[in-house]
Design a protein around this ligand. Sequence first.
Ligand code: SF4
Ligand code: SF4
Length: 282
Amino acid sequence: MILAVASGKGGTGKTTLSVNLARVLGSGVRLFDCDVEEPNCHLFLRGTTREAETVAIPVPHVDESLCDGCGECGRFCEYHAIVSFGTKPLVFPEMCHGCGGCAKVCPKKAIREVDKRVGVVETLQAENITLIQGRLDVGVAMAPPLIRAVKARLRNGVPAILDAPPGTSCPVVATLRGADFVVLVTEPTPFGLHDLKLAVGTVRELRIPFGVVVNRVGIGDERVHAFCGREDIPILLEIPDDRRIAEAYSKGNLIVEALPEYRGLFQSLIEKTMSLKNAGGV
Ligand code: SF4
Ligand code: SF4
């Protein structure tokens, strides 16, 4: 089963949930930190790096001696990463998605592809958890290709947890695609509700079964619960606003280890997601 953990905004406890679920799932689980702009699962699972592989995408390089300035490449590129004004085209590699389309449409075969490094995929071993994390290079804005490289390490039949980037943009969609179930983490506040609604819209569009975890229950109000009730969205877990959890977090400790009485809650979340997924989801 591939379980993705996402949230409409950062700071809701998404990574906390991911690392604790991984620890509860235990032996053989693979945890994928897809928040490639700021991977932080490793702060809680101190492991040793087994592998580090650089990831590159193919970007166009124009041979000016062959180009006649026809502009076909620029008209094709929907990302405006290659632009021609009746002249030899300008290439903006930082905007290129590496789709290869411009090279295919060039009638003069003037475009060849060259590799542009975007980041690295690291594999760490933290006791019985394999952590795979992407790390985007500084100044690189194109997260989805690196996220896809991280997810290329998914293994058939091996349980996996995907820690998604915050928000609802392309990197989140790249993470969630192919997941069997999505857990949306939120807080019971007006901001939490606002971002939860956006996240719900995204997972519904992707047609992936999902449920909600409400973190820091005790702050805010009841509007998140009311929304989930109206929308028939299961609340899978409620994590109380417990000062001891914040303390464990600030020290980089796992809740299920610092506060073993919470272990059962995380275990029950896994069981609920499995049964909802098997029942065909929400
Ligand atoms: S490879 Fe694709 S995204 Fe990149 S410049 Fe060419 S058409 Fe645009
Ligand atoms: S499509 Fe080829 S020939 Fe036409 S402008 Fe682009 S690189 Fe030059």
